[in-house]
Every structure is written in structure tokens, then in C-alpha cells.
Design a protein around this ligand. Sequence first.
Ligand code: B12
Ligand code: SF4
Length: 652
Amino acid sequence: MELPRRARGDELLKPGELAAIRLRLRNVAGKHDLTTVIACAFDRRTRMLPFIYADMHMAPAGVRAIGSAMVDAGFAKTRIVLQQWNRNFRPSKMRLDGRIPDVFMVSSMQIHAAQCKALIQDACRIDPTNRPLIIVGGPKAIYEPWDVFSADPANPWGADVAITGEEYVLLNLLEVLLSVRAGSESMRTTFRRAGNSGLLDGIPGLVYAHDRRDGVADELVDTGIQRIVEDLDELPDPVLGYRLLEPPGRRTTLASLAIPADQVRKHNRIGSLVLTLGCKFTCPYCPIPAYNQRQYRTKSGERIAEEFERLYREYHIRFFVGADDNFFNDKQRTLDIAEALARKVNAGSRPHCKVRWCTEATIHDTLKMKDHLPLVRKAGLWALWLGVEDMTGALVRKGQDADKTIEAFSLLRENGIFPIPMMMHHDSQPLYTRKRQSGLLNQVGLLRKAGAVYMQVLMLTPAAGSKLYVETYTSGLAYKSVDNITVEPHIVDGNHVVASRDPNPWRKQFNLLAAYLYFYNPLRFLIALLRPKTKIPLADADTSPASPTEHAAPHRSKLRQRVSRKVSAHLGDAAVQGFGMWGLSYTVRRTFAWALHLMRGNIKRHTQAPASRIPMRDIDGGPASHALPGTPTPQHTSPEPKDRDLVASSRN
Ligand code: B12
Ligand code: SF4
């Protein structure tokens, strides 16, 4: 089940609305001296191919975006803690600026839900009078906001509010709270008061506990689907967020200072950056188009050029991942971005000549961009993750087939861009086929031959917020437990077989391992040393802006650099093979045991999609936008009367 769409014409914030709220908050921030800690939940059990390096060396854009928004709005006392780097961090022990923070936020993906809950539970150990306002956001909260509130009176814990949207929703909430905050009252008390008086109802994008008995919410109020910002140039500057990162360590508390700017790159080799959001396709297993309210949103080329430059100059980050869903989604808008970046390169701007980035797109749109790939390469695009899924289109048709995939790969490579296939294994795909291309290994082989240096293959897995999601559960496809082991969120990651009709699903699990092993292995490593796939045009090109003296007399260090670039281009493929084998050792360690459990059988299947056990309603007492089938509705049909006079609540 997808997120519902707002009324046509009301999906977007008014132009300038996000920029305006940032300004308004800046004017009041000084009076409030808020301290905020934002934690990024991370479950280490998810560490394996294909994301094994990026997961630790790339501070996620979500927490950084929220941190940037806080600083931009005038709340400079903000710290971002990544569980990736600070596994012992305990919110109950945190102090910022010598005190318990006013606001504690958690950002989480679905697969990190166990850690997200543990962080909230630990924050709830703080005595209620000093407890910060607890806000949860990110992809977990967007699709399953109800899951951050305990329904168990024997183990009461819970966030105060889940934000099912982006920066604007948070800023809107803060503005409302600060407008009624009495003196130095705790933010949590202000929040409770605002909730009881109906002030939160005008902020689409919240789910909050309306009333708590024995620490457990009686009902959850859902204020509806957020309005999204269309012009991404209105977003706060991403440079701000990098200044807030907690240094990696084994402490349970926080360090006195965040990572200094000149150390950011040491821990954060890859930077992620929002360039565009949304996708025009409607793959039934994907929640992205509905989340974006079927809109496609972009930053301008000038703004992107400026962000690359500042991130390069301030933190020396040179390699970026675009947080795009489909970067080539709209040809004209892609060209606007590429032209702006290429102009900077032509003008000899050092950051733009040095920066390399990669992103995602579809085969279909890549082919439509074929005449412009040289421009896109000049703009710095270095590698493109392509949604190949199943090359034959047996799983989903989005304009791809084997010939088109090969054509897109060769066009990209000719233009100096590495194509990286994202494949999806599914029940009807065999491991190997004779004389046909539908087998998983056949396709892996074909893609390697076509020039793939890296690849990913995941098993089709239920994705919250997708069209197929509920049906995957009600039809009994999704597993509840295997061999008496409950299917927990951290294994619903595409790397584990957790939904299948195959009578021998362990074969599917081994198929994934076989595909990786077929791609990354010692033999291919040796071949890669002799005939590397990384020797593509521009792979060893000099990216330094040329200066007249260098043209006249290339000196020794230039020569050394040239040799080093040539060697890297030659050894790159073998290095990736080595990396792949190392990553595969993690994948085997983590998924082999699951294959054995699948082999033992005793598979119990879901009959219903996960849903809130706490009753949910919208602000008028009707069905909640984020409730899934099976969610109880409150006993009373209309919401309780609100205390419009804002009488302070005695409850904590
Ligand atoms: C880049 C990316 C990656 C990168 C990097 C992730 C990282 N650590 O930075 C890599 C390649 C490593 C990756 C891996 C995976 N990814 Co990924 N990835 C993305 C992608 C394309 C961009 C993420 C991003 O940077 N977005 C930009 C930021 C600004 O947006 P955001 O994180 O959503 O944050 C905004 C809001 O959510 C909110 N918000 C976020 N946190 C908080 C906190 C608070 C308190 C508040 C108020 C608000 C808030 O405000 C933010 C600003 O607007 C997204 C899709 C997308 N376009 O978002 C998928 C996405 C995050 N990935 C997803 C998945 C499933 C995965 C994988 C499990 C692989 C898979 N099976 O596809 C792995 C997990 C690896 C791991 N061990 O963690 C899903 C998550 C779904 C879910 N419900 O949890 C997404 C949403 C794609 C999808 N299918 O919809 N991914
Ligand atoms: S092309 Fe990719 S982003 Fe677009 S709907 Fe399909 S899976 Fe989602």
C-alpha cells in the first residue's frame, strides 16, 4: 500500500515557504538557546555487500540535512551522532553544552529499526522531568511512524512524535512550539501542551501520542501527509551539517567538540548530496514515486555547483553520491544541471575539475541521454548505478531489455562513465539457463562482459510504502519466522530471502551468493590484472585545471601523477575484485546461516502486514494516512475537545 496522495494541486509547499520559515525561526532562536542531539540508528548486522564500505564512510544525508536545518534556523548547539561510528552511545548519558539536551532526535531506516527503538528506550530512561522532547524521523518513521511508540504497558517507552516528512515539517513544529513555550519550560512539556490544545493539527507530517496511560499511548494522532518543497534550492546549506558530527569513539557520552572541519574527510571519504528527488516510473515494489507525491524535484545547476565547491573547499571531500532516485528522469532538467557543472570545469574551477560523483538512473533514460553523455561526464559523473533488475524484463518493464542494457553500458563506458548494474533476483528467475539470458548467472556474466566493474544483486523483498507491500503479506508470501527464528527488520534488507513461494527457498539464498562469487573471484581478479575493465576513456585523464606554465614545462611531479593515474586505471578493476571478495566474506558470514535455516524449513508466513497495535486516527477522527489495514481505530468517533486556552498539562 502506497502513501496516499494529497489533494491534486496541494502536494507542494508554496514557493518560498521553506525559505521563509527558516528566516522566521532565526529571528526567535536566540531567545530559546536550544540544545539538540540527532542520532542516526545503525544496526551493524546489516554490514555486507553491496554497501559494505559506503555504510561506514558516508555520513547519511538525512541526519545531516536535519542538523543543517537546525543550525540554519539558529540552533547552533546541535550534535549529530552516527551509531556507525559511536556504537556505545547512550542517550541517557548524553550532555551537550553541559546539560541534557532539550531535543533528542533519531533518524532511521527500516532495517535499523531495532537500534532506533533501543535509542528511544534508552532516552526514556531519563527522568521525565528532564527528559528531552523525543522526535523520530527518516524512512522508518515515514512509512511506519506507529512503530516508534510502545503498545506494551509492561514495557512503556516511545517517542513523543514521529515526523513523516522532511525539514519543513520539523521547522514548522519548532515554530509552533516556540511560539507557545513559556520561559524555559521543557520542550516536552510545551509539546504536550500544544498537542492537547490542537496546535499540532495544522502541521501535516506528524504522528504523535495523544494521551498516555501507564506510559502507553491511548491513540496516535496522524496529521496527514506532508507538503513537500518543490524547489530544492530552498533547502538549507548541506555544508552546515558536516560541522556537527560527533567524533568516532567508544564513549557512551558526547565529546566536548564535533569533528574539526579538516578531519571530516578522514572519516567521511564519500559525501552524499541531494541533487534531485523522485522518479516518473511506477515499479510496484518501490515506494519512491508515492513518497514524492508523483513530483520530480531538483536543485538548480548553479546551486549544485556551489555546494560541490563549498564541500570541497571546507572539507576536501572529492567523491560524492547523488541521493537521486533517477537522475536522468527529466532530460531538460538533467541538462541544466550538467551544463552548469561543465561550465565550471571549462572555466578551470579547481573543485569542479576534481570532484567526481555517481548516482542512479534507469536504462531507458540513459539511452535517451545518449547524445549528452560527454557533457554529463564533463560535469563530473563518474559512475552510474543502473536499475537493470532482471534484464529480460520478466520482473518489471521500465524500458529495459538485454540489448538496451548492453547498449547503455557501452555508451556509458565509451564516454568514460562506469556502469554499475543493480539486479533483482526473484522467484521466477532460475540460477542458470541454457541458450537463454534469463538465468541469474547468465545475466551476471553478460553484464561483466559488457563492462560492469561492480554490481549488486538483491532479492525482491517487501518494501514499506510500495504498491505490493500489503499484498506480499496478506498473500502469505512474506515469512514471519523460519526454523523458529523471527524475521527481524535487519534481515529485511534484500540480502536475505524473507519472501518467496519457492519450495526450496534456500536455493534462492545460495543463488545470491553464487552470483556474487561468479562476479568476484580469484580467477577474475587475475584476468582483471591482465585485461582490466577500468581502462575506459578519461579514466587516467588529468583533472587538474591546466595552467600555462604546466603546458610549457611538465615537471617531474606531473609525470609521477600521470604514471600514478595510469597505474590506478590499470589496477582499479583488480582492486574492485579484491574489495568484492572481502565484502563477500562478510555476506557469506551473515547469510550462510540463514540459508541453513531456510533449508531446515518450518517456515511460518504472515497473513497480515505489520500494523499499529495502538489505535490511530486523523485530526478529525477519521482514518489515519499512515495506518495500514488492521490498525485499530479509536473507540470514540470524534477527537476529544481541545483546550484552546493552552492550559498547562500536569501530565509528563
Ligand atoms: C544514497 C542511498 C543509499 C546509500 C547511502 C545510505 C547512507 N548511509 O547515506 C547506500 C547505497 C549505502 C544505501 C544502502 C541501502 N539502502 Co538506500 N538509499 C539511498 C537513497 C537513494 C538516498 C538517501 C539519501 O541520502 N537521501 C537524502 C536525504 C536528505 O533524505 P532522507 O534520508 O530521506 O532524509 C530526509 C527525510 O527522511 C527526513 N529525515 C531523515 N531523518 C530524519 C530525522 C528526523 C528527526 C526528522 C525530523 C526527519 C528526518 O528529513 C530528511 C531531509 O529531507 C534513498 C532514496 C532517497 N532518495 O532518499 C535510499 C533508501 C534510503 N535506501 C533504502 C534501502 C532499503 C537501502 C538498503 C537496505 C538496500 C536496499 N535493499 O535497497 C541499503 C542499507 C544499507 C545499510 N546497511 O544501511 C530505502 C529505505 C527504505 C526504508 N523504509 O527504510 C530508501 C528510502 C530507498 C527506497 N527504497 O525507498 N542507500
Ligand atoms: S525506476 Fe527505480 S526509483 Fe523509479 S519507480 Fe522504479 S525502482 Fe523506483
